[in-house]
Design a protein around this ligand. Structure first.
Ligand code: NDP
Length: 432
């Protein structure tokens, strides 16, 4: 706290992990090494840089760029880039810290990092986004590489942005390499990567439901967000027999009692780059509620897929009151700590994002493998591997929670399992 007084999101993420590590302290104190803990909460490297670019009116704009290389004990730094006006060092550090444990849980050899900028791609022309991405890479290129640090997308960074970033990296380095993941299929991307976080979230949820003798079949699902994660979570949940009732953006949410028509959402978000409220123009039975989040809509399962701290205590009370029995996080840290405690103490099954949304980075790991062997796997192969990884992450969370005397506390299982592997690697490598 003394060292990070102005980083509330980062402290929130660290406190959540430390709360779980208290369980280790009680059950297996010999597994906790203070020296490792001290090193683990300090990023290996933090880079902050100026990103100047020229807008369509010929005016110079300046944004701030970040890359936090948090931990490379088990592999090259790996984690997305976020372009959103709210981005600051606290948010990038919290995301980088979470990423260390998430990547560890995938069992793939990836360390943790995160980056981004306070640049807002909304309302910008393709030319402006390209010039921004090129300027961003003019600095970032010297810090990354296929065996050093492999960034990917996150909020505000999708296929278009990854393409511009990759093109500039290749131009500067004069080298084609798998330095970024989430690439287009024509230049080294993996089939299934676009869908991986949303699908992975549903595979994790499915495993969790199966373990309790139930499934998505016939369930009402409330989803927040309408970006990459939300869209493919909606698709897979629907395929698995659920009815998805809501989607949202930062301006409000839509509710369709007949179930969300995903073709319309994809057309609005992926083709027109429009706003979710446009959905009601072609669906007269659906409603749009501005300035609110969707948690007041009664449901069985809630999948927050937008951003951090988007589900607070009041929202948790609404969910419990409507008999929602399962909350699985697609976004990173979307549920506030008091909301998590409330949900769990009311018997709601709760899965933390670092476990349930790990499908995206797992598939990025598969993209790295394909790039390294200069091969492309089929969609079936990738999807099968993704499903296998998500089921195994669920089992790890469940079994670890059980082993440490906290059955069904998947957050405890995720934090402990993620931590132990990284801590072990750090100890083996000495004080570095
Ligand atoms: P996108 O940019 O594709 O979509 C983000 C969605 O969340 C949009 O609907 C956006 O609405 C909404 N949103 C963003 N900020 C806010 C806010 N402050 N309040 C309310 N709504 C907001 O991002 P992704 O779908 O890729 O990411 C969503 C979440 O999932 C993030 O937490 C991300 O870190 C996490 N995640 C993503 C992975 C991936 O592979 N993409 C992997 C693992 C986790 P609007 O358009 O109004 O901003």
């Amino acid at each position: 706290k003394k060292r990070n007084p102005n980083d509330p999101e980062f402290l929130q993420a660290v406190e959540e992990v430390f709360e779980s590590l208290n369980v280790v302290a009680q059950v297996h104190p010999e597994q906790l090494d203070e020296d490792v803990l001290l090193r683990m909460v300090e990023p290996e490297r933090q880079i902050i840089f100026r990103v100047p670019w020229v807008d369509d009116n010929g005016k110079t704009q300046v944004n701030r760029g970040f890359r936090v290389q948090f931990n490379s004990a088990i592999g090259p730094y790996k984690g997305g880039l976020r372009f959103h006006p709210s981005v600051n060092i606290s948010i990038i550090k919290f995301l980088g810290f979470e990423q260390v444990f998430k990547n560890s849980l995938t069992t793939l050899p990836m360390g943790g990092g995160k980056g981004g900028s306070d640049f807002d791609p909304k309302g910008k022309s393709d030319g402006e986004v390209m010039r921004f991405c090129q300027s961003f890479m003019n600095e970032l290129y010297r810090h990354i590489g296929p065996n050093t640090d492999v960034p990917a997308g996150d909020i505000g960074v999708g296929g278009r942005e990854i393409g511009y970033l990759f093109g500039q990296y290749k131009r500067i380095r004069d080298e084609w390499s798998g330095v970024l993941t989430g690439k287009g299929l024509s230049y080294g991307g993996s089939l299934g990567r676009t869908e991986a976080t949303g699908y992975g979230l549903c595979y994790f949820t499915e495993a969790m439901l199966k373990d309790k003798g139930t499934s998505f079949e016939g369930k009402k699902v409330v989803i927040s967000g309408s970006g990459n994660v939300a869209i493919y979570a909606c698709q897979k949940a629907t395929e698995l027999g659920a009815t998805v009732l809501t989607m949202s953006d930062s301006n409000g949410f839509i509710y369709d009692p007949n179930g969300i028509d995903l073709d319309t959402v994809k057309e609005i978000k992926e083709v027109r780059r429009g706003r979710i409220k446009e959905y009601v123009d072609s669906h007269p039975l659906a409603t749009y509620t501005p300035n609110e989040r969707p948690w007041s809509i009664p449901c069985d399962i809630a999948l927050p897929c937008a951003t951090q701290n988007e589900l607070d205590l009041e929202d948790a009370k609404k969910l419990v009151a409507s008999n929602c029995f399962c909350v699985c996080e697609g976004a990173n840290m979307p549920t506030t700590p008091d909301a998590i405690h409330y949900l769990m103490s009311n018997g709601v099954l709760y899965a933390p994002g670092k476990a349930s949304n790990a499908g995206g980075v797992a598939c990025s790991g598969l993209e790295m493998s394909q790039n390294a062997e200069h091969l492309s796997w089929t969609l079936e192969e990738v999807d099968k591997k993704l499903k296998g990884i998500m089921v195994s992450i669920f089992e790890t969370c469940r079994d670890t929670a059980m082993e440490y005397g906290r059955p069904d506390e998947y957050v405890v299982g995720a934090n402990i399992a993620g931590f132990l592997k990284v801590a072990d690697a750090m100890k083996a490598q000495g004080c570095v």
